[in-house]
Design a protein around this ligand. Structure first.
Ligand SMILES: Cc1cc2nc3c(=O)[nH]c(=O)nc-3n(C[C@H](O)[C@H](O)[C@H](O)COP(=O)(O)OP(=O)(O)OC[C@H]3O[C@@H](n4cnc5c(N)ncnc54)[C@H](O)[C@@H]3O)c2cc1C
Length: 547
């Protein structure tokens, strides 16, 4: 498609892509998918693996964000609530409803600087910062009704005494509310968006850094530097999309080298994973006496996920890690609710990510806006769209908003299309996981129930393609551990941009929780030997696929 915008219409260029997207997190991949589906030619570069930064380190919830109501972020909460069911329908393999139990206790407190707590301090000073039960119920009423639910159940009250939900909790917790949100496999969501973008004609480069981008005669010249010994190459593009997440400001200042007043606020959040803490399948929403909240979530069948923290992260170049202080904080917070204390010795795995929040000058990390801000910058002489903030939950809406900003430069593009279009493998009913698992187990009788469930919840209807015409387990080749077979790994290399063992065991799956360090190392060696050939085949088919 030729550019039609005022600043671009004079230039007719061949071999120039319409959009070049920097960053293969959820926002970059979501925008690439939406844009290519509207007829734009699109190329994307991710400097590491897809979802290697924030988009694999979230709490993994499609949620409205109950606590953002206290910050009066009504627009964001409403959009996210509505979006939950649209997303569920498009990806019933990697997303499912979850119930959240919110125990109530009179000592629960607000964070001091929310607009709601400031208001209550004035009109009800005797509450002394306590978060009253009626306010929580009011918040849940809004939560139930702002977003037009059809699939998800509404809020109920729960007597914790003598119930499975009350059993693991300390006896002082007698009452709770129970409400709905959804789980999402965050890193698989990113990969499926990239796959779909590629299938529609986008070119996706992983392990490829955008080293620089400069404007010449209204066209961007984007220099790509592949990791390892690949050669640098230059791609020309009509418009840049900077979806660098935590690096958004770094890209503006150091990669594109333009002046901008826009800034990003880096707020680290960490999670810990411990052996399963309780037997039911619901999550807990715990409120602390410091005004913060944490979730405990049933995770990967045998584990419980606990998070998150909010800590300022000053340097984007420093890899975020869950510090010993954060580990103790999360363990102690959970222990203030559970009968059996959680200790740091229980921790099996931790992960951390950095929220790339728009710098709105908020005083505390917890208070900084979670809403997204999209700004087109034309100071370099060619347009560049910078993406700040955003949530996993709102990625599809963020992409639609991005396309609204892009449309003036490409007026002939078509309109929004992604609502209701399934992601790869998601073309089955929203409540169809059990049926699909039964069909897969019948077709491949050698699968154990846990194995069949894992494959369906990762690949959906594509699970049949992953297993191909295998009649016996041995037909799938080497087992690297935890039933990860050579056939599955080759499929991931060929179809899902996997290059290293960590891509496979921590982002395409969470089998890293079940495999030993030696098994993962062996897999890495095997992938290095088997990836290059498949990689070049993938590159060739990619080039053929370009429109
Ligand atoms: C602790 C935590 C919990 C969260 N929980 C939730 C939740 O439960 N639900 C929810 O909806 N949201 C949640 N979020 C928010 C959500 O995870 C993020 O908003 C979202 O993942 C941001 O995606 P992104 O694509 O903007 O950034 P990223 O995922 O960080 O992607 C940016 C990518 O750009 C790449 N990049 C940067 N510079 C270059 C360059 N020069 N060349 C090539 N590539 C480059 C990076 O390598 C990176 O992969 C959470 C966030 C955190 C930190």
């Amino acid at each position: 498609m030729n550019a039609g915008g005022a600043s671009l219409s004079q230039h007719e260029h061949h071999d120039v892509v319409d959009l070049f997207v920097i960053g293969g997190g959820i926002n970059g991949c979501g925008i690439a998918r939406d844009a290519v589906g509207r007829g734009l030619s699109v190329e994307l570069a991710e400097m590491n693996d897809l979802a290697s930064a924030t988009s694999s380190a979230s709490t993994k919830l499609f949620h409205g964000g109950l606590r953002y109501l206290e910050y009066w972020e009504i627009r964001l909460v409403r959009e996210a609530l509505i979006e939950r069911e649209t997303l569920l329908r498009a990806m019933p393999h990697i997303s499912w409803p979850m119930r959240f139990v919110l125990p109530y206790h009179r000592d629960m407190r607000f964070e001091g600087d929310t607009p709601t707590s400031k208001l209550l301090n004035v009109v009800m000073p005797w509450m002394k910062g306590r978060r009253p039960a009626w306010l929580i119920r009011l918040g849940l009423f809004m939560y139930d009704n702002l977003g037009g639910r059809k699939i998800l159940k509404g809020t109920t009250s729960l007597d914790l005494r003598g119930t499975p939900e009350g059993a693991p909790l300390q006896d002082r917790f007698e009452k709770a509310y129970e409400y709905s949100d959804c789980w999402i496999e965050d890193s698989r969501l990113v990969v499926l968006n990239a796959r779909d973008a590629q299938a529609r004609g986008a070119r996706i480069n992983v392990q490829t850094k955008v080293a620089s981008a400069e404007q010449k005669k209204g066209i961007w010249h984007v220099t790509l530097a592949p990791q390892g010994d690949g050669e640098t190459r230059v791609v020309r593009a009509r418009m840049l999309v900077n979806a660098g997440g935590p690096w958004v400001e770094d890209v503006i200042r150091n990669t594109v080298r333009i002046n901008s007043t826009e800034g990003v606020r880096l707020v680290r959040g960490s999670h810990i994973v411990v052996p399963k803490l309780y037997d039911h399948d619901k999550c807990y929403f715990f409120q602390g006496e410091d005004g913060r909240i944490i979730f405990t979530i049933p995770y990967e069948t045998d584990f419980t996920l606990i998070g998150t923290t909010d800590a300022e992260h000053t340097d984007v170049g420093t890899k975020p890690v869950c510090t010993p202080e954060e580990q103790s904080y999360l363990a102690n917070f959970a222990s203030s609710y559970f009968k059996k204390p959680v200790t740091t010795d229980d921790i099996i795995w931790t992960y951390s990510g950095v929220r790339p929040l728009y710098d709105d000058g908020a005083t505390s990390a917890t208070a900084a806006t979670r809403d997204y801000v999209l700004k087109v910058n034309e100071t370099a002489g060619a347009p560049m769209l910078n993406v700040f903030g955003g949530k996993i939950t709102t990625y599809r809406r963020l992409a639609e908003t991005a396309l609204e900003k892009i449309t003036p430069y490409f007026p002939e593009i078509t309109g929004p299309w992604t609502a209701g279009v399934p992601l790869p493998g998601g073309d089955f009913p929203v409540d169809g996981v059990a049926d699909l698992t039964a069909r897969l187990a019948a077709r491949y009788p050698f699968l154990t129930p846990a194995w069949a469930t894992r494959l369906v919840k990762a690949y959906g209807t594509d699970a049949f393609e992953v297993l191909g015409d295998a009649a016996l387990e041995a037909d799938l080749g080497q087992n690297f551990g935890a039933k990860l077979t050579a056939q599955e790994v080759l499929w991931l290399i060929k179809n899902e941009f996997a290059r290293k063992a960590t891509d496979v065991v921590w982002r395409r799956s969470k089998l890293g929780l079940r495999m030993t360090a030696q098994e993962i190392e062996k897999l890495d060696v095997w992938m290095a030997q088997n990836a290059p050939q498949t990689t070049s085949e993938t590159q060739q088919s990619l080039r053929k696929g370009r429109g």
